[in-house]
Design a protein around this ligand. Sequence first.
Ligand SMILES: O=C(O)CCC(=O)C(=O)O
Ligand SMILES: [Fe+2]
Length: 598
Amino acid sequence: DHVTSSTYKLTSLIEREQMLLDHLSQISSIASAQPALKESHKNIAELNKTIEFMRRRHAPLEQHPEILQHPVAAFRLIQRLASDWDRVTRVTRKAKSQNEMGFIENNLQTMRDIISKWRIWPTPSSSEDAALGVIRIGHVYSLYPNPMKTLPTVFSSKNYKCSCPAGKRFLSISEKYGRCSKVESGKYNAFTGYKFERSGYALDNQTCFKSLISRFKNTGPNYVMTYSSPLLLAENSRRAYELTKGIGLEKIRSKSQEWVESYSYNTISTKDLRFLAKVAWQNKYCTEAKVWDELARLSASHEVNSEESESIHCIRTSEGHQNVPLHNPFHKECVEERGFNSYAERIHRQYIKLCQESAEGVLPSLHMKKTCTWHYVWPYVRLNEEAISLNPQISRFYDVISPRDIEHVKKMAQSQLSDSALSSTVRANIQDVRVSQTAWLPNKSLTLQKLSRLAGEATGLDTGFSDVGTPAEAFQVVNYGLGGLYAPHEDSVRTSRNIGVETTEHLRNAGDRMATWMFYLSDVELGGATVFPVLNISVAPIKGSAVLWYNLLRNGEPDTRMIHAGCPVAIGDKWVANKWIRERSQVFRRPCSLFPHQ
Ligand SMILES: O=C(O)CCC(=O)C(=O)O
Ligand SMILES: [Fe+2]
């Protein structure tokens, strides 16, 4: 499983880390309370220092778990967990037998063994997934200032201009998740907030911090503590302290140390920037790779004696920064942009365009005015239907699942989530095709039965489910992850690409996926729209609503216009629940016709 492929799984790492911290504290208190263990004072003191350091890094997440919905925070968490706990639990003196080890070492060793068995715990490969997620978001939503055209001069030209509407929204939403936004976008890399200037770039913490202070004056400390982003880019606590000098805001001054720790949580360090560049080169995101390389170079040249170097001292290790070469050898291999064959390429471009537009806040390009119908299916069910497209039909039904039912469905799914499979082998790398986790929920609970019946009432189709071969499939609940997406695909299981995966027996029993009914179980802060590249239509995820479309023509052939995709989640936590309705027993409900479009 990829921990980065589900936001829910990512969030559950907070609890895990808390467990580890509590365990470390226990080891420490036992060691100091029992002299018989003969643990040296030095070791205990060292352990306590480590605990304190790890706790400080952990604290912001404990208070604001939702910040993991921001890709940079999620990336940082993965990077940190993949390396820090490895260092903490590494017993340095080698070739010691178990009974030669001290109490603390022994326990650390045990912890290490336990952690290594946790399937959810980040590994170096999770780091790559996380980096790829961040890179993908930047790529799809153009969060960089048009690097292709401007790269040679972008870091030197003061006239450099770019309108990056998605980038602007990214920045302004970032604020809610503890990141700086008080920057003039276009001139900034939306991820890092680095400001491009004639002389290169400058960290913009001063501007940010000033705006923070003015807000503090207006709104009070609680607001500021929640939106404590601006110092994210601060080099060190002294600077924060300096900035508040003479303003007479003692509360801010006393909090500055604490803030810097939270901010450092989100900072993309030089090391991280290098890592992002490396992963971008390896995955042939050429333009992105150049940008990250450049940022790493600039960041390195501006790096102040950062908190990170102190922290390494705290953790019991002699390791310094890992030295990743700035200009990666993969460079040469990266001759052209990621290639696609021509039809797929057109679809892909259109998909990117629609994703971008929806992230910019551009309304979905509807060919018609939205119309609404009221269905009275039961005396107590009144459906509010919006026609998104008439031919072929795509409809949205509003308020068809209550917040309470949503929580229930999510809860049932949570324990069963695992990496989503691919129904087709469109492209080799799953990270580019489908990044999410899925759980299949048969109609065991009353809630699911009710929702299934509702889908039947709204569509007029038979949604009965008992086992394989029944008219509808079980609910498939999906939670997307860091940069989570589902690249353009057809839900029909009978297309030439998919045949062979779906057994003919299965098809014979229930037929193909005639219709898709998809509940949105969440809103998404930025990104995550459902787009139909052939039809030039995008559907924004709206919590509580459901979309309906038909994957088959009336003659039973797959309708290739219904290719669709889930755009990468840029910021937020996206959940959907699919109900696929098969051909079986729909013969009088959606009659066949020789005229495919009837
Ligand atoms: O998440 C979305 O918006 C689309 C999901 C989808 O197409 C699928 O699960 O088949
Ligand atoms: Fe789909």
